[in-house]
Design a protein around this ligand. Structure first.
Ligand code: 5GP
Length: 124
């Protein structure tokens, strides 16, 4: 699947749509989800154009992949998530519930998460 430069996260990265930034550097952006499903619900995205987790893990370098997840872990620690537990979700493809075709992970925490709950449609 070719990368669609008109997706919402591409617009956020170009500064065309505002976001509540949690962390930003040359390689990644982390920002609050516009419709949080848990008290803390942050999205972490690489700045490079990857459609989904499959595209990212198939085509990004090992260094890029490693740095992305290391930074995601640091962001979770900075948000205080490990103390109370948190869930990392990445929906890969439409059938899995992916709406925005720019690779992203959800960091979700701040409450007890029900067994089997996903990044969308989560009951509190
Ligand atoms: P997906 O279902 O693709 O894994 O998750 C996409 C997420 O992006 C959803 O949780 C949705 O609430 C969030 N989202 C969609 N549009 C925007 C937006 O314009 N700004 C922000 N901050 N989040 C968005």
């Amino acid at each position: 699947m070719a990368y669609d430069t008109s997706n919402i996260f591409a617009k956020i990265l170009r500064g065309e749509i505002p976001n509540k930034t949690v962390y930003e550097d040359d390689g990644i952006l982390a920002f609050h989800d516009i419709a949080p499903k848990t008290p803390v619900h942050v999205l972490v995205i690489p700045k490079a154009d990857y459609v989904d987790l499959d595209d990212f893990t198939a085509n990004a370098s090992a260094v890029e992949i490693g740095e992305f997840f290391a930074k995601a872990g640091q962001i979770a620690r900075d948000l205080g998530l490990p103390e109370s537990g948190y869930r990392l979700v990445s929906n890969n493809g439409e059938n899995a519930g992916q709406i925005v075709p720019h690779f992203h992970i959800h960091l979700m925490g701040g409450q007890k998460i029900k067994e089997g709950s996903m990044a969308r449609g989560m009951q509190s």
